[in-house]
Design a protein around this ligand. Structure first.
Ligand code: SF4
Length: 309
């Protein structure tokens, strides 16, 4: 079944007096949501339905936290054992900040097995590069830019490396496996998004975009050109227009795909036998609040987005 012949009314009448939501900013995850399935985008970005934590996404968050902390250590101490030693304290920190993640494990043995699987991913990282030889310029770097027309692009870059010549390398860790050739373009979309923001804010096109897949120890790298980033910008502006049209029409259709297996919203999806939720009567405010709190709030919002494993 395609998006155009869904046999249900997914066009939602507006509750009297309800303002339309403002979609003023996009992160790579949210842009991907809309391209994957407009209804998924609606539930995540407009209704802001809570998402249950998953073992894979939580492991991704934990491994990212360890890899960030690893570079706090003196270069010579960044060993596999040192990284493994960071797992427990980072898990404690995560469990304190998000107590619901502790419910993922039935008992201590399950938690221990899961931590062992996180250790295996860290070992995968060390198979790809030696952090003792690196001196990252930035880690977990919040980046944002306002495009002409008012669309804000925002995101958090796992790592930025800068050569003495000023050349930039954008690095993103993935705790899953590398995509097949047919899906490399989709994987690189996120990296081109970051490269566009960096280019527009710093005036430098990153020399290399590097996705590091810890699950199968593969690296996907790409050297972007100006034409790539201009095409990405056009794509994002077109996407924003499509989102605006969907908001005006209150029409976010489901688009089923293999990714439905990872979707939390089957109960509210007609493609899965569910019923579409009524349009929210209380529409949340703009995605980002006023400027003085924008960065902190954006960081929190981005951290709450599902981290793709
Ligand atoms: S189950 Fe699939 S089609 Fe339905 S909302 Fe989720 S991603 Fe979209």
């Amino acid at each position: 079944m395609t998006a155009v012949d869904v046999p249900v009314d997914v066009h939602q009448p507006a509750p009297a007096g309800a303002p339309l939501p403002v979609v003023a900013s996009l992160s790579p995850s949210r842009a991907s949501d809309f391209m994957t399935c407009p209804l998924l985008f609606r539930y995540r970005s407009i209704d802001r339905l809570p998402q249950a934590p998953s073992s894979a996404a939580t492991r991704g968050t934990l491994v990212h936290a360890v890899l960030e902390r690893l570079f706090d250590l003196p270069a010579g101490e960044r060993t596999p054992d040192a990284a493994a030693a960071l797992l427990a304290p980072e898990w404690d920190r995560l469990a304190e900040a998000e107590p619901e993640v502790t419910g993922l494990f039935a008992d201590e043995a399950e938690l221990a097995a899961w931590l062992t699987s996180a250790r295996a991913l860290l070992d995968g990282y060390f198979a790809l590069e030696d952090p003792r030889r690196l001196d990252p310029a930035e880690r977990e770097a919040y980046v944002e830019v306002l495009l002409p027309g008012g669309l804000q692009l925002r995101g958090i870059v796992d790592r930025l490396d800068q050569a003495p010549s000023g050349q930039l390398r954008v690095v993103d860790y993935k705790t899953g496996r590398s995509p097949g050739e047919a899906f490399e373009g989709k994987a690189l979309f996120q990296m081109k998004f970051y490269a566009l923001v960096l280019w527009r804010t710093r005036g430098v096109i990153p020399t290399r975009l590097q996705l590091m897949y810890l699950g199968d120890q593969q690296v996907l790298a790409y050297a972007p050109e100006e034409s790539d980033l201009l095409a990405t910008e056009r794509k994002l502006l077109a996407l924003w227009e499509a989102i605006e049209r969907a908001v005006q029409a209150r029409d976010f259709r489901p688009r089923p795909s293999k990714l439905c297996d990872w979707c939390d919203h089957h109960a509210h999806c007609p493609e899965q036998g569910g019923v579409v939720l009524p349009w929210p009567s209380v529409v949340p405010g703009p995605e980002l609040p006023e400027a003085r709190h924008a960065e902190a709030a954006a960081r929190k919002a981005l951290a709450e987005e599902v981290r793709e494993p």
